[in-house]
Design a protein. Structure first.
Length: 319
């Protein structure tokens, strides 16, 4: 084969639609394997697999690499030499990514079925979106399915298809595991926030994209199995996440001065009130449209279709 043929072949191999980045830190090897299997089962989409490790110390990475190699799974590694948090771990891997679009996923979370990634791709391309998000099935380690969703009022986002407006007006946070991004925009957002947020990488991308008026598109399909209760906020990361939240607010206050930015800061201050009655009273008098949204959310909480069962996970996580 000539050198030109080799070059053409290399170029074809580099033409991937998605870079799927598995963000890891002291991960459980069995969950890691299942997540990888759910990735390699994806159809109708060209993708690369990047393993991003944040200087793990539990030894899982050695076994993970051995399993990947023995299974003939193609991947690339992004390994930090010291623990720097989710933002830097994800950002470092994004800079290595070849594709235009990025999907971050963590061990324990899985694609819902074999066509999940292709649906993310279609939503990003067809709507010229910088950010898209889907519905997710929340499950526990004990095998229980939960009627939960983020945003809480997912129906409002999806029915209006004005997610950008809802993000800036009501700050009903979108589940990070259900997001997918256009790479350059995501990198720009994380570069702006690095050093200010250590563990929270999703909100800075969503909020900055919304403040810039970029398209954030909701996908009315279940595309992710999300393991509830295993993230950093429930495993010792609460104090750091609280600090990250305050720093994100400070960043918005200092860098954005539009009405949208003021709405975000106002809504976040009200939503931090833990007492539901007090929260609604304050919203009623100071941010009436948020009050109406909070009230309406009571009637639009997630209810999983009866056709979804926990056993369905095996279809996407077993070879």
């Amino acid at each position: 084969m000539s050198s030109m043929d080799d070059l053409e072949k290399d170029n074809q191999l580099n033409k991937v639609d998605f870079s799927v980045i598995v963000c890891c830190y002291n991960s459980d090897i069995e969950k890691f394997k299942k997540t990888i299997i759910s990735i390699i089962k994806q159809k109708d989409v060209l993708f690369e697999l990047i393993i991003a490790d944040d200087a793990s110390t539990n030894g899982y990475l050695q076994y993970a690499i051995q399993w990947l190699d023995n299974s003939n799974i193609k991947y690339r590694l992004s390994v930090l030499n010291q623990n720097r948090g989710t933002v830097i771990n994800a950002l470092t891997a994004m800079h290595l990514a070849k594709a235009k679009y990025i999907k971050l996923i963590s061990p324990g979370d899985y694609f819902f079925d074999e066509y999940s990634l292709s649906q993310y791709l279609n939503a990003l391309k067809e709507n010229n979106a910088k950010v898209v998000f889907s519905r997710a099935v929340y499950y526990t380690q004990e095998g229980k399915l939960l009627n939960l969703s983020n945003p809480i009022n997912t129906k409002a986002y999806i029915s209006s298809q004005k997610a950008t407006k809802f993000v800036t007006k009501y700050v009903d946070n979108i589940l990070g595991a259900a997001l997918a991004y256009e790479k350059n925009n995501a990198i720009e957002c994380l570069e702006a926030i690095k050093g200010k947020s250590r563990l929270i990488e999703d909100q800075p991308i969503v909020l900055q994209s919304a403040l810039k008026g970029e398209m954030i598109y909701p996908i009315n399909q279940y595309l992710i199995w999300y393991e509830y209760g295993s993230g950093v906020t429930t495993q010792g990361g609460n104090a750091q996440c609280f600090a990250d939240d305050r720093n994100i607010e400070k960043f918005i206050r200092e860098n954005y001065h539009s009405g949208r930015a003021k709405n975000i800061l106002k809504a976040r201050k009200i939503l931090l009130i833990t007492n539901k009655f007090k929260k609604r009273i304050i919203a009623f008098f100071s941010y009436f449209s948020l009050f109406l949204y909070l009230i309406s959310s009571r009637w639009h909480k997630c209810k999983l279709p009866g056709s979804i069962a926990f056993q369905d996970i095996k279809k996407i996580t077993e070879l």
